[in-house]
Structures are given as structure tokens and as C-alpha cells.
Design a protein around this ligand. Structure first.
Ligand code: GLA
Length: 352
């Protein structure tokens, strides 16, 4: 079984240029790409000022464009998954008139970035602007992980991000004997968007009950000692976050010394904690993880991202990838899709 290979940047760029020329009757003057990401470990820790360890993927989104002088913005998407309409035109925001999210939904994130962009500065502030766009235009009170890895990812490296200080450090991930397999469950339960803000609030409440700024400041012993100050559920949510921050630090150290077994064990602990304490997994993700773990050559596997569907990430020997994909698909009750990606670069300006 072969993993799905994403189209090459050149192919996507050619398609974008064609679509632009057809729509606007001229060649675009600027082209940029931005990667997808997979988080290796450090789940639901970013909005708790914790640690995360994502890598950028070879799967990219391409944007081409040209400046115009009439104060209008025209957008066109060629994505097959976007809602209708595919085209949209609106005036640039002014001090008196802000942009608003609406229909089509695919344009909301773009509008949000345009709205907030004048406030951006250095790279970390640029990531914060995109995060604000996601909060106010896409309605997800997300952390800063996705935006920072999209900007700072580097080929052959995972990125350890400290979401409190916004300091980052690159962790080499280019051993040819190692592979990162992403398995898409192809399910997305509606709980994903409703439960995320609830988890975030629960974490903030526990931190507050303990008199701390965030769960980053809380040690496991302090949490145990303060158990009476919070609900049972709040305690379990916080136990996940506090443990996950520690696991992420340990995992980054393990990866740096090439100890893939230790890394894999931490991934599995992370999954069980997300399943049992944080309760953001689902039967499909659990099935995919268990199936992966039964394959020789697999170091570890876990759900990745917000949860309630989406993908798992598996660290394994490169030579085991084909068998792993077969076995996972065989065991899975649904239809899985697979991506094998190297750690890739972050957002780039492309030459035209
Ligand atoms: C979503 C959010 C991220 C992060 C993850 C969970 O992907 O966009 O900021 O909180 O969930 O780790």
C-alpha cells in the first residue's frame, strides 16, 4: 500500500498561476506557500502556555496575488473542499469599517488576517496576528502552535516551542531510517469545535483555583495537593496538561539523543492521557493507534491535533511503513488515508 504523495509545489504553483491568469487576465506578481503541520507530542498544551513539538509538512497551500489600487480585495479559491461561492470581493478595512466573518467560510481566515495584519511586527507578532484571526474570524480559541510552526518550520527538524516565552529550538529529525506516518481517520465529529473551548475554560479555571497564571506554573504535586479545590473532571483535565508538558520536554530530549524507543513510549502515554483524562479521542482514533502499536518496527503512535477525529501520528522504522499501512487499514473499521512526510520548511516566498 502506498502513502498518498502530495502534489509538488511546482505543480500547485502552476495551477494557481493558471487560475489567476484566467480570472484576472494578468500574471500574478507574488507567490507564497505555507505548510500543514503535524504535532509529534504536546497536545492541548499550547493554550496552557506549555511546550509543543510539531513539524511542518510537505503538504502546502499556495497563494498567488498582485497588488491593486482601487481599495478592493478579490479572492478566488480553487479548493474542491471549499464552500460556495468560490469568489469574493470586499473593500479593505478602514478605521471606521472592519471586516466581518460570514459566507463563504473558507474566506474567513483570510479576511481575519487582512483585518489584523496592520498590527503585526516581528515573526512572533505575525503568528499572534494569525492566531487572533483564528479566534475572531474562524471562531476557534486556539493556541499559537499552528501559526508558529507554519512560520518557523525547518526542513529536517521538529520545533520545540515554549508557548509561554515563545522561544523555539530546532530538534533534528532527518534520520533516513526513521519515518513519520500520518493516518487520517477521515472522520470529524461535531464535538471537535464545541468541546475545544470547554477544555480551554476548564484548564483556566483549575489554574485560577490554584492561584496560578496558567497550568504551566503547576507541578503535579501541587495539583494533587489542591484536588479539593476543583471538580474531578477539572482535576483530570489538568493532570493531562501538566503531565503532557513534562512528556514533551522529555520527548524533545529523547529525540535529540536518537532514543526513538523512549520517544515512542511518551507518545503512547500521551495518547492514553488524551483518551482517558482529557477525553478528546474517539473510537476511530483509538483503533488506529492500537493497530499501529501492534506492528513490529513501530516506536509509538497517538492522536494528534485537537481530537474527536482527524489524524494519528506514528513514529516508526522507515522499513516498516508499508506493513504498518496495510495492517492499520485492515484493522480499521473505516477508510484511512496515509501521508508519509519529511519535516519540511515553513512559509516561503516563491520565485515566479
Ligand atoms: C488545535 C489548535 C492548536 C492546539 C491543538 C491541540 O489544533 O489549533 O492551537 O491547541 O488543537 O494541541
Amino acid at each position: 500500500m502506498a502513502a498518498w504523495r502530495p502534489p509538488q509545489v511546482e505543480e500547485l504553483l502552476a495551477e494557481a498561476r493558471r487560475a489567476f491568469l484566467e480570472e484576472f487576465g494578468a500574471e500574478p506578481e507574488l507567490a507564497v506557500s505555507a505548510p500543514g503541520r503535524v504535532n509529534l507530542i504536546g497536545e492541548h498544551t499550547d493554550y496552557n502556555q506549555g511546550l509543543v513539538l510539531p513539524m511542518a509538512l510537505e503538504l502546502v497551500t499556495i497563494l498567488v496575488g498582485s497588488p491593486r489600487t482601487d481599495g478592493l480585495v478579490s479572492l478566488l479559491t480553487t479548493s474542491k473542499n471549499a464552500d460556495e461561492p468560490q469568489r469574493l470581493q470586499f473593500p479593505l478595512p478602514t478605521a471606521q469599517r472592519s471586516l466581518e466573518p460570514g459566507i463563504p467560510q473558507w474566506a474567513n481566515y483570510v479576511k481575519g488576517v487582512i483585518q489584523h495584519y496592520p498590527d503585526s511586527g516581528a515573526i512572533a507578532a505575525r503568528a499572534q496576528v494569525c492566531q487572533r484571526a483564528e479566534h475572531s474570524f474562524a471562531g476557534v480559541p486556539c493556541g499559537i502552535m499552528d501559526q508558529l510552526i507554519a512560520l518557523l518550520g525547518q526542513k529536517g527538524h521538529a520545533l520545540l516551542i515554549d508557548c509561554r516565552s515563545l522561544e523555539t529550538s530546532l530538534v533534528p529529525l532527518s534520520d533516513p531510517k526513521l519515518a513519520v506516518l500520518i493516518t487520517n481517520s477521515n472522520v470529524r465529529h461535531s464535538l471537535a469545535s464545541s468541546e475545544y473551548p470547554i477544555r480551554r475554560r476548564q484548564c483556566e479555571e483549575v489554574a485560577q483555583a490554584l492561584g496560578k497564571e496558567s497550568l504551566r506554573e503547576v507541578r503535579l504535586e501541587e495539583l494533587e495537593a489542591g484536588r479539593e479545590l476543583m471538580s474531578k473532571e477539572g482535576f483530570r483535565r489538568a493532570r493531562h496538561v501538566v503531565g503532557e508538558i513534562r512528556r514533551t520536554a522529555q520527548a524533545a530530549a529523547a529525540l535529540s539523543r536518537g532514543d526513538y524507543r523512549a520517544f515512542g513510549r511518551l507518545m503512547v502515554e500521551s495518547h492514553y492521557s488524551l483518551r482517558d483524562d482529557y477525553e478528546v479521542s474517539c473510537p476511530e482514533l483509538d483503533q488506529l493507534v492500537e493497530a499501529a502499536l501492534s506492528v513490529p518496527g513501530v516506536y509509538g503512535s497517538r492522536m494528534t491535533g485537537g481530537g474527536f477525529g482527524g489524524c494519528t501520528v506514528t513514529l516508526l522504522e522507515a522499513s516498516a511503513a508499508s506493513l504498518a499501512m496495510h495492517h492499520i487499514q485492515e484493522q480499521y473499521s473505516g477508510t484511512a488515508s496515509f501521508y508519509l512526510s519529511q519535516a519540511a520548511d515553513g512559509a516561503q516566498v516563491l520565485s515566479l
